[in-house]
Ligand binder design. Structure first.
Ligand code: AMP
Ligand code: MG
Length: 403
């Protein structure tokens, strides 16, 4: 069964979510959690901010004293960030305050220092302010006990900063899924080996490992399988205790494309054979002995693109995260484009900014084997199956090269 891009993605999502793969939980130091998936709901241990916080340098005062600006107030003290104090602001008074300091009792606004002038210990306030202007109220970002990060959230720099704010020095995260990588093909030789003229270096294994790493999972290299069913079966069996198996090559219609047959002999169930996309049409997805697998086409660009389209979201789910489907952005097409393949196309392209608009143009490439083309690209131009005729300047979808 050949499915559309959208169908393929929803099959992957449904099948993996249906298997409910919640990985074991481990406790990890905060400086090691980037890219990991949170395994607990995290709550604020105190109000955020913990006090009414000044966000400008200036004078704390009561707006009731500023009904007619300019007004002259007497400065009765100073509060700096990081110092405790007992100063209060009474009628006719103000207090010099620094960014990050708590607002003194009796004050309900801060006037920026730029809008004041000091004359001895009197301060002329030259502008009126709204109540709570230049102040962030205690608990307004989150109140103590509120959930600030949900289980299943992938932790990036912003989330890590928030975890530090609430004092989480160690965090419960899901164990990273392990991904067995199995390149196939009689012509494929290891990097260490000097290829003969008819041989090809195994680039897919390292590309996939880099993508697996960036998806927060751990690659496990199985070595190269020859185009023989017994060799394939043996290597596949070595990968069965991983959390996901990625095969590359051997899924097309050639005489030596034996990956599907080898998987079938091991009792595999196939959820789809082929997707209406280019590159990547021969892609297969299924399950063998409780292990999900993708048979990715061997062409390096096909392998790369099908990973981004389907494997990365699959790894999010297998790692305990919410689905992270590829996000398409929009850009204007630099040159007209026509197609009648009926496929959803993902072609290496470059996007740049011209007159404040993103503009996208295909890079020259020789088809799905061309990693030189990928390296020249910074995105993929996405042409949907029903977009047959596009003019220069039309808005189109693009997918960032790596999410
Ligand atoms: P296949 O999908 O097996 O028909 O392979 C398609 C193309 O991808 C062929 O030109 C292969 O030589 C190439 N290819 C397959 N596996 C790899 C690999 N691991 N690294 C680089 N190129 C590969
Ligand atoms: Mg092959």
């Amino acid at each position: 069964m050949v499915v559309t891009y959208e169908q393929a993605l929803s099959i992957v999502q449904e099948r993996i979510s249906g298997a409910n793969p919640l990985p074991p939980i481990e406790s990890v130091a905060l400086d090691q959690v980037r890219g990991r998936v949170l395994a607990e709901d995290v709550t604020a241990d105190r109000d955020l901010p913990p006090f009414h916080r000044a966000i400008r340098d200036g004078y704390a005062l009561s707006v009731a004293d500023l009904t007619a600006a300019p007004a002259v107030l007497r400065c009765v003290g100073e509060v700096a960030a990081g110092r405790s104090f007992e100063t209060e602001v009474n009628s006719g008074q103000c207090v010099s305050i620094m960014t990050g300091a708590p607002l003194p009792a009796g004050a309900d606004a801060v006037v920026m220092v730029e809008h004041t002038r000091s004359v001895g210990d009197e301060i002329e306030i030259q502008r009126g302010v709204q109540r709570w202007e230049n102040v962030v109220l205690q608990g307004s970002e989150a109140s103590q006990g509120a959930r600030i990060l949900p289980r299943g959230r992938r932790l990036q720099a912003g989330e890590i900063g928030l975890l530090a704010t609430v004092g989480k020095a160690t965090v419960a995260v899901y164990r990273q899924p392990s991904v067995a990588i199995l390149p196939t093909g009689d012509e494929v030789v290891p990097l260490e080996q000097r290829p003969q003229w008819f041989q090809i270096r195994n680039s897919n294994a390292v590309t996939l490992a880099a993508q697996v790493n960036s998806a927060g999972a751990v690659p496990v290299q199985l070595g190269i399988a020859a185009d023989r069913k017994d060799a394939l079966r043996e290597k596949i069996e070595q990968g069965l205790d991983a959390d996901l198996l990625l095969l590359s090559g051997g899924v097309s219609m050639g005489k030596f494309d034996l990956v599907e047959e080898a998987l079938a002999e091991l009792g595999a169930e196939f959820c789809f054979h082929g997707a209406a996309i280019r590159p990547g049409k021969p892609l297969v997805f299924g399950r063998v002995r409780d292990l999900f697998f993708f048979g990715l086409p061997g062409n390096p660009v096909s392998t790369f693109v099908t990973f981004e389209l389907f494997v990365r979201p699959a790894l999010a789910l297998l790692g305990g995260a919410a689905l992270e489907p590829p996000i398409f952005l929009r850009a204007r097409l630099a040159k007209p484009y026509r197609q009648k393949s009926g496929l959803t196309m993902f072609m290496p392209a470059r996007v740049w900014i011209q007159n404040r608009d993103p503009v996208v143009e295909l890079v020259g490439w020789q088809g799905s084997g061309d990693l030189v083309g990928i390296a020249a690209a910074n995105c993929f131009l996405v042409i949907h199956h029903d977009q047959t005729e596009l003019a220069a300047g039309d808005w189109v979808d693009i997918m960032p090269r790596e999410q």
